[in-house]
Write a protein that binds this ligand. Structure first.
Ligand SMILES: *[C@@H]1O[C@H](CO)[C@@H](O)[C@H](O)[C@H]1NC(C)=O
Ligand SMILES: *[C@@H]1O[C@H](CO)[C@@H](O)[C@H](O)[C@H]1NC(C)=O
Ligand SMILES: *[C@@H]1O[C@H](CO)[C@@H](O)[C@H](O)[C@H]1NC(C)=O
Ligand SMILES: *[C@@H]1O[C@H](CO)[C@@H](O)[C@H](O)[C@H]1NC(C)=O
Length: 189
């Protein structure tokens, strides 16, 4: 009887131990590196300033509405725009192109014009060419000063964390086109 039970349990136990390795054993997909390869590098704080151009009108639009607001509310609650916005050195569109802001924003407030922004900044200049920063945050667009978190980065911005402070440079209330000054503060290696 006991022998029968063991014969039954043994294959089961083998399966369990194969699939759930004991603590301390590392399965092949997970490896911890010690020491931290970044520990000998000093983290630095960088500050960048550029201008973000959100163009909704005309043949060269950089932002398109992919989901319209379902109700005609004054805050356009529910609308979602996909963006590929130029980032320039100066407020003028023709000034040096430093990168692009690619992502989307949704209008998430019923009381004011308030955005949830999710975007990647990809830079084109010098050593930063191809490096990215990711911004995810709340942007109540008609407040004078707004702030959003920088939640990560790639390339020269690996392990980045920080924040952006933004203020509207120009806003065209007929087209919705906006130029916004971005001051980015990031800690990275
Ligand atoms: C769109 O861009 C092209 C090329 O840069 C330019 O010639 C044209 O004037 C622009 N159109 C508008 C409406 O800004
Ligand atoms: C939709 O809009 C109408 C009038 O613009 C308003 O009376 C109604 O409460 C709105 N509904 C929602 C769910 O926002
Ligand atoms: C940036 O990198 C791309 C390829 O990754 C290259 O084509 C381009 O010339 C580079 N630009 C600058 C300014 O180095
Ligand atoms: C748009 O801006 C103009 C000038 O800045 C102002 O006179 C007008 O009232 C504004 N319109 C709206 C709908 O806010």
């Amino acid at each position: 009887m006991a022998g029968n039970l063991l014969r039954l349990l043994f294959p089961l136990l083998t399966i369990i131990t194969q699939h759930f390795p004991a603590a301390g054993e590392h399965p092949a997909f997970l490896k911890s590196t010690k020491p931290n390869p970044m520990s000998h590098k000093t983290e630095k704080l960088s500050h960048f300033r550029f201008y973000w151009h959100d163009i909704l009108s005309g043949s060269n639009a950089t932002a398109i509405t992919i989901i319209p607001s379902v109700n005609g509310t004054t805050t356009a609650f529910g609308q979602v725009n996909m963006i590929d916005d130029p980032l320039t050195e100066k407020p003028e569109m023709g000034s040096k192109l430093l990168g692009r802001a690619q992502g989307f924003y949704g209008l998430t407030s019923q009381e004011e014009v308030g955005l949830l922004m999710a975007m990647n900044f990809v830079f084109f200049t010098g050593k930063y060419n191809g490096s990215t920063l990711t911004v995810l945050g709340r942007n109540p667009v008609f407040e004078k000063a707004r702030e959003m978190p920088v939640i990560g980065g790639t390339g020269l911005f690996r392990f980045a964390r920080g924040y952006v402070q933004i203020s509207t440079h120009t806003f065209d209330n007929k087209t919705g086109n906006a130029v916004v000054e971005y001051n980015v503060h990031v800690l990275h290696f």
